[in-house]
Design a protein around this ligand. Sequence first.
Ligand SMILES: *[C@@H]1O[C@H](CO)[C@@H](O)[C@H](O)[C@H]1NC(C)=O
Ligand SMILES: *[C@@H]1O[C@H](CO)[C@@H](O)[C@H](O)[C@H]1NC(C)=O
Length: 451
Amino acid sequence: MMLVAFLLLLVFTGGSSSNKVCSYQDVLDHLNLTADNSVFKLTRPVLDHTHPTVVELDIILYAVLAVTEKTQTFIPFVWATVMWNNERISWDPDQFCGITHVSVPRGLLWRPDLFIYEMTQKDDSPLNPYMFVSHDGKVISEEDMKVVSTCKMDVHKFPFDTQRCNITIGSAIHCVDEIRLLPFSNSSRATQFSREVMKTQGEWEFLQLSVDSYNFSFDHRQWEQLVYTFTIRRRPLLHVINFLLPILFFLSLDLASFFIADHRGEKLGFKVTVLLAISVLLLILNDILPSMSNRTPLIATYCIVIFGLMLLSLLETILVTYLMEKDSQEKLRLRDNLEDKQVKNDNCNTEERRRSGSSCICKASEGEKQCELLPMAEEVNNSIQARESHVLLRILEELKELQKTLNLHLNCRQEVCKFGRWAARINRAFFIFYVTTVSLFLCLIFIEWNS
Ligand SMILES: *[C@@H]1O[C@H](CO)[C@@H](O)[C@H](O)[C@H]1NC(C)=O
Ligand SMILES: *[C@@H]1O[C@H](CO)[C@@H](O)[C@H](O)[C@H]1NC(C)=O
């Protein structure tokens, strides 16, 4: 045991004595890589000009900062790694105490002129000042970028929509025979890696990041492009709570208002209030949706149809209220007629009474006056008899009143009160129509939203 330790010590001290001290500067000196050496900056770093420079690119999504439907802007925060080969750089790590990597300022070396086609704004996030250079000539540059890109969005299924936004990266001037552009990691690895590092997603849920390679040709020249497609899905909860549910609530209130009594215009006022509340909600929609869209958003259909149905039910209520009004007018007229006849009957009574000096009973049924004299058994002189006849007269009055209302109702069952019956019929039919239409429509639209 002691022997082994001693031997180790011997090796260690012996090694360190022969070990020279190296600095990164030694490597740079070996390469002659200085700030004023333009050999590394001016041209594509190949020794034979027919060699293409192979650039490998890796993009990982860190965060979805914003998605704006109104301006069709998609702003992801990505981490881009670019790797390429510099044929002018190489050293033997063994000569430099095993140094395999050196970091150098960005400006010292040639860089591929990559740019993002969809980018609409220069990135203002701070640049990483260094690049990694490895002993076999591989240069690695890493950058965090906020990409303000334009993305064609389809809001047909808003707020249950999934958006796919592209970021296309290519060289600005170098053709495919000068710069080859390859993805470093394939779609599944990029997706998984992005999921692992994802910081914030906000309203959007990240689904997939896929990468494809295209050759873009123009004027007999070809440029290689990498297209990164970000698939994100909106989290609809906020919009459901804020918008879809309130409209459903108002719709159910409107449905419930069928059970409010028709007269006195209360129902009408209630329905108008509900309709106004919906139109306030429609203002919110105006804020969210873009004005131009190739297909009508389902949410607009949802709003318009529900608004239309409620408008229809309001009109129906107005019609029913009108019919009820007509009906009550009709009833009043009928009552007045009856009362006129009554007055005539009463007149006849008094005349008869005056003529014969005795009481008479007047039948007012069917509007005819039929008076018949009560048989007089004897002259009423007795005070008790007089009181009894008084009571009888009172009963008679009550009976007449009863007959009057009965007549009114009897007549209502026939021709005179047709308005009221129509109102009730329309109400019932419309309620059935309303409930079926609403349930059918809601089913259809939710199926469409889900598909
Ligand atoms: C290093 O580069 C400078 C110019 O920047 C040049 O004058 C010099 O000869 C180079 N040295 C070697 C060893 O190549
Ligand atoms: C693009 O062109 C290069 C060189 O001609 C070729 O190797 C590559 O496969 C092409 N890529 C596609 C996607 O066609």
